[in-house]
Design a protein around this ligand. Structure first.
Ligand SMILES: CC(C)(COP(=O)(O)OP(=O)(O)OC[C@H]1O[C@@H](n2cnc3c(N)ncnc32)[C@H](O)[C@@H]1OP(=O)(O)O)[C@@H](O)C(=O)NCCC(=O)NCCS
Length: 183
């Protein structure tokens, strides 16, 4: 089991006991609208199902989603999913925790994990065109816009919406020294 340590954060596997904290944090329209598969409102049952599915996906090597914690409290979620032709990065940060660099610190740590531990050569990510804050996070860690605009479904919006695509190559990424992995 991989644990990732950054300056302020500890990223670890999502456990069944995290379900109430996920239910609380994900019951947020901004998160639902800006991600693909998070409904709104979001219930404890939704969180229990998510935690079970994501644990299974971690075991199968299909998706590595991390609980991002600070002083033992869940502040965000960040992970990569292994698609047929690429590795996709995604994240959200709890409403009370935004604007402090949490997304940038967590996304950088997970990108480092994907390059170092999964052997990814390139990462992909996307954000809806009306969510520039996410684009800023991706640019800060080295992602660049591909110029593509694609329609992506959001459960929280109940429809598809236009999104930008970005990529980050391993050679364009520099991991800060303070990121550590423990088994
Ligand atoms: C997008 C999100 C992850 C950002 O989390 P965060 O922890 O606040 O992000 P950070 O503090 O690391 O960085 C945010 C950056 O965006 C910038 N920003 C914030 N609002 C912005 C806006 N409307 N337009 C452009 N940039 C903006 C901030 O100034 C900061 O950049 P800076 O460090 O250069 O000043 C968070 O708002 C969130 O969870 N949103 C809902 C879910 C989501 O959008 N997930 C991403 C799906 S692609």
């Amino acid at each position: 089991m991989t644990v990732i340590h950054t300056k302020r954060l500890l990223l670890r596997r999502i456990e069944t006991t995290d379900a109430p904290a996920f239910a609380h944090a994900c019951n947020d329209e901004l998160i639902a609208r800006n991600t693909g598969r998070i409904p709104h409102p979001y219930t404890l049952d939704d969180a229990i199902s998510f935690v079970a599915l994501i644990g299974d996906a971690f075991d199968k090597g299909e998706e590595y989603a991390f609980a991002v914690t600070e002083n033992d409290r869940l502040v965000a979620c960040c992970g990569v999913s292994i698609k047929p032709a690429h590795v996709e990065l995604g994240y959200w940060v709890g409403a009370q925790q935004r604007g402090r660099g949490v997304a940038t610190e967590a996304a950088r740590a997970v990108a480092h994990f994907a390059f170092e531990k999964l052997g990814a050569a390139i990462l992909q990510a996307g954000h809806f065109t009306d969510n520039p804050a996410s684009g800023r996070v991706l640019e800060k860690i080295g992602f660049r816009y591909t110029g593509e605009r694609v329609m992506q479904f959001s459960l929280g919006r109940g429809c598809e919406a236009e999104s930008f695509r970005l990529t980050l190559r391993r050679e364009d990424f520099s991991a800060p020294d303070h990121i550590r992995f423990s088994p």
